[in-house]
Design a protein around this ligand. Sequence first.
Ligand SMILES: Nc1ncnc2c1ncn2[C@@H]1O[C@H](COP(=O)(O)OP(=O)(O)OP(=O)(O)O)[C@@H](O)[C@H]1O
Ligand SMILES: [Mg+2]
Length: 443
Amino acid sequence: MSRDPEELGTAPNSVPPGSPGSSVSSVSSSPSYPSELRVSDSTHPGRRRSSESPLAQSWRDVLLRLSLSLPIDTELDQLLREFMDGLAALLPSAAFGACVVSTNGAAPVVLSRLPVGMALDIDRDPTRLFPGFHDERIFDLEDGAVGSTLHLASPLQALSPLQTQIGTQAALLLAAAVRRARLYMRAEESARSIRKLQAQVIQNEKLASLGQIVAGVVHELNNPLTSIIAYSDYLKRMARSRPQYAEQEDELERLRRIGEAAARILNFSRDLVAYARPAADVPGTVHVPAIVEKALIFCEHEFQGAKIQILSDFDGHLPPVRGMAGQLTQVFVNLFTNAAHAMAPDGGELRITMHADKVQQTLTVEVADTGTGIAEDDMPQIFEPFFTTKTDGRGTGLGLSIVRGILDAHSGTIHASSELGEGTVFTLTLPLAVVVPTLLPRG
Ligand SMILES: Nc1ncnc2c1ncn2[C@@H]1O[C@H](COP(=O)(O)OP(=O)(O)OP(=O)(O)O)[C@@H](O)[C@H]1O
Ligand SMILES: [Mg+2]
């Protein structure tokens, strides 16, 4: 192991404070140092000067070894801890600390380390990490974020020129290590998103093939369902033509129900296939109440399982909007499914209201539930792709991002308000369809 370089404080080759690399500021309680001094540096940090003695070279070797051993695949605070362990071996009587500013809005990572047996002054000066110390130097870290610093402090005397030089080099080393760690984190993050996206693509492909299978199944169902409807109609007509018609009222009612149930399955399956074919979706005049009714039928299974009461309050003759029926159905299917999930398993109320604003030329739809509500922290993220709180695999986090995409494409808006434990209201606005006035014949 090399000698303690602090013994070399007056080494002939030592460079004045703030020599190579990053800029340095000094905060000192000694009159010989101004309280805030920034010295810019010009010597190339990596170049070794020919006059250096072998002893002075050894601290560079320690720093080099430290630089090579610092991990990149770790959190910043772990990286700083390992850096400080290495630096402590080199500067045992100095205190040092670092403040590494985050690039993603998180709190900065601040770590400090005192020489063995020392404690910090309680009356802290906010500009210093070591306020009670005689001398403190602050090195700016060029780590890709503005404001990161390395602090080096000496408890009883001014830092020696060599200590300052080591600090300057250590700051360069730390900045490079933090830059590498940040790059690694970004690469990891991208790899994670790609993996998530790949899983999503596979899932979407599965759903697409399932859609084709369903379309085939529905096609096969068509003929028998049409037969059931036709034969139940036929049997009803036959029964009515018989003399004992009045006594068979109960049987006729059952026949009517068979026909109705079959017609319902037929309509549902046809709608389902139409919904699964977005390519055929062309803009047109869309009656939102009809779309909402259809979406409610699609979500019936979700509501039944979760004891949900539907309260819809709107006029079926509201003016139409211009849009794509299939996509707007998808909007309401997603909103109703989310509401059902938020109210399961105890149930609740799903209230759908609508009104048209003739002045603004918009249709407003409110979808309100009495479910779990959305936490304040989650609220800014709910429309982000892949944001989900459904960790049980029920959600991919794409529903609301698709909803917002569809509303954007329709020049509409969507807004959520929620009270945790009380429920959530989604408010949608869609521009009304421009009604072309028809020229009525005179008279
Ligand atoms: N009505 C609601 N009540 C409570 N939380 C909701 C409601 N709607 C959405 N959320 C919250 O917003 C998150 C995102 O919703 P989104 O529909 O985008 O994804 P998901 O429902 O989790 O999954 P997916 O819709 O892709 O199956 C949900 O995980 C949930 O936390
Ligand atoms: Mg959803």
